[in-house]
Ligand binder design. Structure first.
Ligand code: GLN
Length: 194
């Protein structure tokens, strides 16, 4: 099986490793640029995108990540990982950089204080077998997308899952549920690109 990396600078790395393993994928952490070279796909976990961005710059990973994503490396970002894959974020914290790869504008912490964390059933295009259990934690939503971006799911009138080519992103955290269908979909993207 192709090796799928999980960017392990910050965030819920273990949960993604476990979810990937449950789908039969070989998963390993990626912290250094050299480790990036040996994976066929990369998951960017949930966490705190400002911290993740700073650490990626500090570890010399930002440019290598951008280069590999540009070259078509399959990537899947959840929550903070979605923010990292956005070409643009609304009111970024000063100096917050993203990897980019999806032509979208993302709003951080978009659902507001009353709804900081919640769960909702989310129907995702391309995922069979009924809606997934969407766990939203201070989640972003997608404010707008470019023509190349496929909207896979909405919640409350807001876009919460997208795909552009080999890049997949969700506002919510499938890795925190026992439902591995999105990780399986990502595994298929990795296999198809190989
Ligand atoms: N609010 C966080 C951010 O802006 C994302 C939260 C999450 O990943 N659960 O990075």
């Amino acid at each position: 099986a192709p090796v799928i990396g999980v960017l392990a600078l910050q965030g819920d790395v273990r949960e993604h490793l476990a979810a990937l393993a449950a789908t039969g994928a070989e998963a390993r952490t990626v912290r250094r640029p050299e480790e990036l070279g040996s994976v066929a796909g990369l998951v960017i976990p949930g966490g705190e995108s400002t911290t993740m961005s700073k650490l990626a710059a500090l570890f010399g990973l930002l440019e290598p990540l951008r280069a590999r994503v540009r070259d078509g490396l399959p990537v899947y970002g959840t929550c903070a990982g979605m923010i990292m894959l956005a070409d643009k974020i609304l009111d970024p914290r000063s100096g917050q950089e993203t990897i980019g790869g999806i032509d979208m504008i993302v709003r951080r912490n978009a659902f507001g204080r009353q709804n900081e964390s919640f769960e909702a059933a989310v129907a995702v295009a391309g995922v069979d077998g009924g809606p997934v259990e969407g766990v939203f934690i201070r989640a972003p939503w997608v404010e707008s997308v470019g023509a190349e971006v496929e909207v896979l799911a909405e919640h409350g009138g807001h876009v919460v899952a997208v795909r552009q080519g080999n890049a997949l992103a969700t506002s919510f955290h499938p890795e925190l549920t026992g439902d591995h269908r999105l990780h399986r979909l990502f595994g298929e993207m990795v296999r198809d690109s190989g």
